[in-house]
Design a protein around this ligand. Structure first.
Ligand SMILES: C[S@@+](CC[C@H](N)C(=O)[O-])C[C@H]1O[C@@H](n2cnc3c(N)ncnc32)[C@H](O)[C@@H]1O
Length: 329
């Protein structure tokens, strides 16, 4: 089964945006590049393997909540369209779609920067749900959300604690952009990994072998390939650390020596031994903070469902103009 795929960026525009973000990120102190650029086909492949690890417990926790609550979501929202942001290979989406399709879902739109992930996932969903219109959008949900058309009552999905990869200001901007495309009966379903003891969080991210550093360091080969930079990944050490103030895990590549990196059209950068470039963050959430951030974006938290030991949550939010109970019969 073929599923249509829209590309919102051509290769040249993509490189221009990467160059701008790398220039801005390397000018920061400490250096930090937008997490979006880690994600290419190789990263999607690594992530699909990470999701299968028993130690990476986020997917299992999220699945348990989806299994318990999807029927309620189907009656509370009854969407015609699901728009999944950062869908990746949609590993848990069918738990929800199994309930939404019989309740009248007509269209599933998956947006991701990784075309590779969508190409693998969408034909599977199209086969599983004949009659459901399945479409992919290769694009950046932080910058291009308003370009995606979602006719009919829409449920926006952002699962896997993907929103945790954004910084607070970026999260605020994304939630505001989502609120901007939601009509009064539309809803947003967020999957959120919650604050828990540091040792437990670290254990979830202590991946074996190349999975440990592969995703963290993937920024370097992406910048080499797309911009012709001369990063030597063997001169960098991938690391992660818990930031207790921001309640997030931060991953960096640490320069193992004094070195100079040349990135054509961006510049020449001196990196001292020990200096870091941050490549990802995984923010952990608390209910009060989420409620506040949603409210700031004009959204109202309607349901907060956690797994058995409160380590992960699904948050269902509506716009402020939504009348609670609608569209229930
Ligand atoms: C942590 S994975 C989650 C994948 C899947 N939703 C899950 O729950 O297992 C994050 C996904 O978001 C995508 N992504 C990251 N930043 C993005 C952005 N700014 N726009 C679109 N997709 C993005 C990545 O390519 C990746 O597939």
């Amino acid at each position: 089964v073929e599923s249509p795929l829209d590309r919102l960026l051509d290769a040249e525009e993509l490189r221009r945006r990467l160059a701008a973000d790398v220039r801005a990120g390397l000018a920061r102190t400490p250096k930090a590049v937008r997490s979006r650029w880690v994600w290419d086909a190789h990263a999607s492949e690594l992530f699909d393997r990470i999701v299968e690890l028993p130690s990476y417990d986020l997917p299992r926790r999220e699945r348990a909540i989806l299994e318990a609550r999807s029927a309620t979501i189907a009656t509370d929202v009854r969407p015609e369209t699901v728009l999944e942001l950062g869908a990746g290979s949609t590993p848990r989406t069918s738990v929800l779609l199994d309930e939404l399709v019989p309740a009248g879902l007509r269209r599933f739109v998956a947006m991701d920067v990784s075309e590779y992930a969508l190409r693998g996932a969408l034909p599977r969903l199209a086969r599983r749900y004949p009659g459901l219109e399945v479409r992919g959008v290769v694009g950046d949900f932080e910058r291009q959300l308003e370009l995606v058309r979602t006719p009919g009552r829409t449920l926006v999905l952002l699962l896997g604690s993907t929103i945790g990869a954004l910084e607070p200001a970026e999260r605020a901007a994304l939630l505001a952009a989502i609120a901007g495309v939601l009509e009064s009966d539309d809803a947003l379903l967020l999957g959120l990994d919650l604050v828990k003891p540091e040792a437990e969080i670290r254990a979830a991210y202590a991946h074996p072998g190349e999975l440990a550093g592969g995703l963290i360091a993937n920024l370097l080969p992406v910048v080499n390939r797309e911009l012709g930079a001369d990063f030597d990944p063997s001169w960098f050490q991938p690391e992660s650390s818990w930031n207790p103030d921001e309640e997030r895990l931060e991953t960096v590549v640490r320069s193992l020596c004094d070195q100079v990196v040349t990135i054509p059209d961006v510049g020449r950068f001196e990196l001292a031994a020990g200096e870091t470039i941050r490549t990802q963050v995984s923010t952990k959430f608390r209910r009060e903070g989420v409620e506040r951030e949603l409210a700031a974006a004009g959204l109202r938290l309607d349901e907060w469902w956690t797994d058995a030991d409160g380590g992960f949550a699904l948050a269902l939010a509506f716009t402020r103009s939504h009348v609670r109970g609608h569209p229930k019969a």
